[in-house]
Design a protein around this ligand. Structure first.
Ligand SMILES: Cc1cc2nc3c(=O)[nH]c(=O)nc-3n(C[C@H](O)[C@H](O)[C@H](O)COP(=O)(O)O)c2cc1C
Length: 172
């Protein structure tokens, strides 16, 4: 297995729950809580594959534990070329459907500029929302989780997405 880092920020525990499911599904992966364990971009660059998780807050913003890290990364411009990144994150398509999981777009835009390759784009079918900045060419640019309104689908979505990402990475 490639060396895989799962970095996540989560305020009420939903994205954390997903990160922990992914840790089980990606054998040998390491989980980094952005609040407790994150140091700097060099810590990310130790991994070949990065699964980056953020819920969406405010009006389409990344979860608060990501804010300083993203600011520093944007300013320091570390080189992520050769890195494979897959994004995931929770949102609420009914109460906040005007910017559903839009934080994924912020992560995508930043790491795309820094040279990373993305895997794990995910179909938008089956979700209820008005708009998402995370929709790119008809797909979400990562796994969207709506545990508030579709809790019964969370686990199966995580499992299918993990299978897709492994296949795209050539790990299965
Ligand atoms: C004040 C507030 C703002 C929010 N803004 C958004 C938003 O813009 N887009 C979205 O999809 N979800 C939004 N949400 C919903 C959260 O992303 C959702 O509850 C998510 O499950 C939280 O995940 P976490 O526990 O991993 O942080 C918002 C929730 C609150 C309370």
């Amino acid at each position: 297995m490639a060396n895989i880092g799962i970095f996540y920020g989560s305020s009420s525990g939903i994205t954390r729950k997903v990160a922990e499911q992914l840790e089980e599904l990606f054998e040998g992966s390491e989980v980094i809580d952005m609040e407790e364990d994150y140091e700097d971009a060099d810590q990310m660059l130790e991994f070949d594959v990065l699964l980056l998780g953020s819920s969406t807050w405010g009006q389409g913003d990344p979860q608060r534990d990501w804010v300083d890290a993203l600011y520093d990364i944007e300013n320091e411009e570390p080189d992520f070329s050769g890195k494979k990144i897959a994004l995931f994150g929770a949102g609420d398509g009914e109460s906040h459907g005007e910017e559903f999981v839009s934080a994924l777009a912020k992560l995508h835009e930043l790491f795309d500029t820094l040279g990373a390759d993305f895997v794990g784009f995910w179909p938008t079918e089956g979700y209820k929302y008005e708009f998402s900045a995370a929709e790119k060419e008809g797909k979400f640019c990562g796994l969207a989780i709506d545990d508030i309104n579709q809790e019964d689908l969370t686990q199966s979505r995580v499992e299918s997405w993990a299978g897709q990402v492994k296949s795209e990475l050539g790990l299965v």
